[in-house]
Design a protein around this ligand. Structure first.
Ligand code: MN
Length: 221
């Protein structure tokens, strides 16, 4: 299934945002998200303080990062279902992006790499792996995440009433599957707010924004 970055690119002015435009061709070269070729497909979760705070979960599928905005972030409790709204596909290079999307641009606000790692597709049918594009089309994804903060099996289930695989606004549920890593008491969203890339929190980036603004315009402090 061919994925496309045209929606991603249409929303952004790469002269004004520091976000990557991505390779010209999707899936042309083997994507390298961390700067080195990965044997396994990658995932990343970016905390993003845009108009509303959310966590962008992205899975490498078909040469792009298929993306969902999860307002409350992931939960380790299998009883907690988290809304995950599908958004536009992002380029592989986006997995490394951390910093500030400037005012006036799409998604303005700080972004941190909240967690990252690799994943394994868990879905099988008749003892065969169901491919990720098929999982997407069927609206049912089951993956084992190997991140720095998140470990274990998670499911993404498309809710009834949202049709089509490309609909950028289809609603899904992110649910921790039952396994030894499920934990109703631990909540990494609150206990581990820092970036796995820089150690900075969203708050740190916001402070930096304030300092920059006051340097430019001291009277407005
Ligand atoms: Mn976002």
């Amino acid at each position: 299934m061919a994925r496309s970055l045209s929606v991603y690119r249409k929303k952004r002015d790469f002269k004004k945002t520091k976000e990557p435009a991505g390779q010209k061709e999707v899936g042309g070269k083997r994507p390298t998200a961390w700067g080195v070729a990965q044997r396994r497909p990658i995932f990343v979760i970016q905390q993003h303080a845009a108009r509303a705070m959310h966590y962008d979960l992205r899975l490498q599928i078909g040469g792009v990062l298929v993306s969902w905005a999860v307002p409350k972030g992931p939960s380790l409790n299998p009883k907690t279902k988290r809304l995950a709204v599908m958004t536009e596909d992002h380029p592989m290079e986006y997995a490394k992006f951390e910093g500030i999307i400037s005012k006036g641009e799409y998604g303005a606000g700080p972004v941190i790499v909240w967690d990252r790692g690799t994943y394994k597709n868990l879905r099988e049918k008749d003892e065969k792996i169901v491919s990720m594009p098929t999982c997407l089309r069927e609206g049912r994804i089951e993956v084992f995440l190997r991140g720095k903060k998140l470990k274990g099996a998670f499911a993404l289930i498309r809710m009834k009433g949202t049709v089509g695989t490309k609909s950028p606004k289809s609603n899904w549920l992110l649910i921790k599957m039952k396994d030894e890593y499920a934990d109703a008491r631990r909540n990494p969203v609150s206990s581990a707010p820092e970036s796995v890339k820089t150690g900075k929190t969203i708050k740190d980036w916001k402070e930096k924004m304030k300092v920059k603004r006051s340097e430019r315009n001291p009277s407005k402090l």
